[in-house]
Structures are given as C-alpha cells and as structure tokens.
Design a protein around this ligand. Sequence first.
Ligand SMILES: [Zn+2]
Length: 327
Amino acid sequence: MALVSVLAPLSLHRLGAANAASHTEPALRTLPPVYRLELAAVPSADVWSVEKASDFEVYSNGLRIENQYAVSHRPRAYVAFSRDNPERPSGEKRTDPVGIVYHTTESLQAPFESTQNNVLKRVGESLLDYVRRRRCYNFLIDRFGRVFRIVNETDAADHAGHSVWADDRHFYVNLNDSFIGISFEAQTAAGKTNTSVGAAQVHAAGMLTEMLRSRYKIPAQNCVTHAQVSVNPSNMQIGYHVDWASSFPFERLGLPDNYATPSPAVFLFGFGFDTSFEERAGVRLAAGALAADRRLNEQAKTAHLSLAAYRKALHTRYLKILASLRT
Ligand SMILES: [Zn+2]
C-alpha cells in the first residue's frame, strides 16, 4: 500500500448505505427467532485518578490518557425523555453523559508490522489531527492502544448525528450530547462477526470504559455501537452507519453482549430496515432489529391498528421529538 494512499484524506463512516432504499417490510425471515435477553447488571469498578499532569493522566486500573490533542467544543446539554410518556416531547435536562457509543474511524490501515512503524505513527498522527479539527469523538484509541482525549467529556463531540437509544427508564434522540464517543483507529468489515482490531486497542478500550462508567455511573446497557443507534430520518430506516455492526467485542470490555437488545428506533419510532440490512449489519445486529420488529408488530396489535397505521403514528412521534430538539 503506497504511503500516499495511506495518508489520503480520511473518509469516516462510509460503510453506511446512505439514502438506502425506500421503505420495505423486513426481509430477514430466514433468521432463527431471537428472544429478549435480560442483560446481566454488570457493576462498574471503582476507578480513580492516580496522577494528572499537563499532557497525560493515569488511573488506578492502568488507564493512561494522552491530552496533547484535547480540545473544547460546545458544552454538553440534552434531554432524557421518559419512556412512561413518550408523547410528551419534554423531559429531564441533563449535562452528564449517560452512555457510550463505540465507533471505528474506517480510515485506511497500514500493515501492523514493526517494519511499518514509522508509517503507522504518521498515519495515526494524521488521523488525530483530522478528528481534532472536526471534533469527531471524545476519545480515539490508536493502533498501538494509546488513548487520546479529543473533545473534553464536558463537551459534546460530533460523533452520532441522527441516532436513537433507550434504557429502562429513558430514551435519547441524537446522542452527541448524551453519549460519549470512543473511536478505534480501525476498519470493520460489513456483516462480519469477528474483529480484526488489535488486542492492545481492546484492552485500552476496556480500561477507558471502566473509568468512564465509574466516573459517570454509566449503565452497561447504554454502552453501544454506532451501528446499533444510527438512523436515517430521510427514509426512516435504521443502519445509516454500520461501524461495529456485528463484531464489537463486548465481553472483552467487561460488558454484556447487547446486540440482541431490541432496537429502540424500531419499536419506539417505527424505523424500518430493508433487504440490504442483514448483509451490511451481520447476524448479531440483525437479531436486535428483528426482535424490535416483533415487538412493533405486537404493539400494533395491542393498539388495534394496522402495522402501517401504527408505524405512521410512531413516525409522527419521532418528528415531534426532533422538532422539539431544534427549539
Ligand atoms: Zn461511527
């Protein structure tokens, strides 16, 4: 791979099928049924700051954060909407992050070999400069497993655009302000369930996750991948971005495997998915979409509405929430 191509302008999140096909009913009937998994309550460990210098921090679990690229952005501020009253577009105003969204940079990768050391370092520095200028994430984990703070956690990073997630009590729309963005310098292959991300990166992500969960009391169910939360309001489909679609190593980060969690965008707002979704998303993410689709059908029956009419009502609910965020 020529150096010039390695250092070419970076294209983030290109795996998503922008402007995917128009609404069609889910076509993933060949997959086996998936039932709602009750996620184990995984407590966060107590992690504290051991040393803080001008350009790095060290924590009690071995985590080291590099601060040379840290930058401010707009202060974090968002609304946690109550699941008990989803029609009311108001809720609790908050400033502390409530979750984490994991990304990959989808940037070009030099071979991970000692002979490529200088190339790996230069590519990493180029990437850090790029994401810093664009305020893309709160943290970036480079190929060597070094953790760089980009946008300070007090501020929102521009990492999740149109996105939806929910925990037991609240739901969140457009997660830049409510969720911390952590990106791996990596490429994930669409539809694959195994990861090629380096062990040092996974280890670092585990320590970073543990520290953030300890500091902000983030529940395990709110530690999710970009592919799980990304939506496209222009065609009301999920899976606009599919980084970490089915290959995220939840268990190795001390988290429950929550790919099977029903997609909140589907059962709360009636988002759909088309025939290309399984191929791009892989079976683990598709399981969550299918589980949500079954829940959507049950909800429509309970409401004595056709699926189309029920979906339309949920779309209206979503648009009302979106409008409230703009005011
Ligand atoms: Zn992403």
